[in-house]
Design a protein around this ligand. Structure first.
Ligand code: SF4
Ligand code: SF4
Length: 339
């Protein structure tokens, strides 16, 4: 049996689980953009200040699991090929791509939802999630799940929104926003952007969106096994602490070690989930939460600071190098120091 008193004293657990739950639940309480926020925002602020910490700690003591934030990786296919993609799309070739099916992702989510009591925010990501042909049906499914409180989607705006999808977002009670990455300043873009058309449709249908413009990215640098010691790998995790816990199904013929998580798994971040697709689950045994694991492993996952995947990343104790946004490459990069 897990000692919940010790768990709640664990600094990393407080940061990754309790504080993250407070932040995302606060966002949920703030509600959708609109007039009703006038009374919801002060209420949410009061809850955050006086109640939520105790609320989530009590739920831990009672063995209730609340997932603060979860990214659903629908596919590693993308309409762009950014040399410094944080989700490692630049390392995938047509022969080793991952795409889940609607049935597969529903099966994984059903298993997850049978073990947890809430997921405050789901983010739909890819690659480019609009390449997932059953996206409208997935939106319907997420909307119907009582335990999923809110969701959003991240798109690179290279695929226009079909009317069917716009209507799903319009009627959804849980979608919080469409996050659009603004790649107009990308130096060598090879595909036209559909931003204007998408924004017009979102505005006409009063669907909330955020438009993420930046004039630089931070270089993820080359991803490859550095051969650090366990202590150094742990240190690298602590310097990084990426909060983007992500879920992938175990679909696809080419996944090595799929018996380690036959019904899907949760990973510390999208780099970690993509690495298991490129190298196999067995290479990263111990890094991920097998959805068939018992409930205690869920809590333990949020105290874990040793992930083999963190050996593949740059040294996060050093400053990031600024680079132009979304530089495109034609190459399939290798998980090696030099290509
Ligand atoms: S648009 Fe670029 S950064 Fe975004 S998922 Fe595709 S390749 Fe990665
Ligand atoms: S693999 Fe580890 S170091 Fe790399 S981004 Fe993910 S959490 Fe950070």
């Amino acid at each position: 049996m897990i000692d919940t008193t010790k768990l709640l004293e664990n600094k990393l657990f407080q940061e990754r689980y309790i504080k993250a739950n407070i932040a995302w639940y606060f966002s949920y309480l703030n509600g959708k953009r609109g007039l009703s926020r006038i009374y919801k925002v002060p209420y949410a602020a009061l809850m955050k200040k006086f109640f939520l910490q105790k609320y989530f700690e009590k739920r831990v003591k009672n063995g209730i699991i609340d997932i603060p934030y979860l990214e659903l990786v629908l596919t590693t296919k993308c309409t762009m090929r950014c040399q410094s993609c944080n989700n490692l799309m630049q390392y995938f070739s047509p022969s080793n791509q991952y795409s889940c099916t609607l049935e597969g992702i529903k099966k994984s989510l059903e298993l997850l939802l049978s073990k947890v009591d809430s997921i405050a925010r789901v983010r739909i990501i890819g690659g480019e999630p609009l390449l997932f042909k059953d996206l409208p049906q997935l939106v319907d499914y997420l909307d119907l799940q009582k335990k999923i409180l809110t969701f959003d989607i991240l798109t690179n705006a290279t695929i226009d929104f079909k009317d069917e999808l716009v209507q799903r977002f319009k009627k959804s009670k849980k979608v919080r926003k469409i996050s659009i990455s603004d790649y107009r300043q990308a130096p060598n873009l090879k595909i036209p952007l559909k931003q204007e058309s998408i924004l017009k449709k979102l505005k006409e249908n009063k669907i909330a969106f955020s438009y993420n413009t930046t004039d630089h990215w931070y270089d993820t640098e080359k991803i490859y096994k550095r051969g650090r010691s366990k202590e150094e790998i742990i240190k690298n995790y602590h310097h990084c602490k990426m909060p983007c816990v992500s879920l992938m199904t175990s679909e696809g013929e080419n996944l090595k070690g799929k018996e380690l998580a036959p019904n899907g798994a949760i990973f510390v971040c999208p780099i970690s989930s993509s690495l298991t697709r490129l190298k196999g689950l067995d290479e990263f045994a111990g890094d991920f939460l097998n959805l068939d694991d018992d409930k205690e492993r869920f809590f333990e996952f949020y105290t874990q600071d040793f992930y083999k995947a963190c050996d593949y990343c740059r040294d996060f104790s050093k400053p990031y190098k600024k680079i132009p946004i979304a530089i495109q490459t034609n190459k399939v990069l290798k998980l090696e120091k030099e290509d």
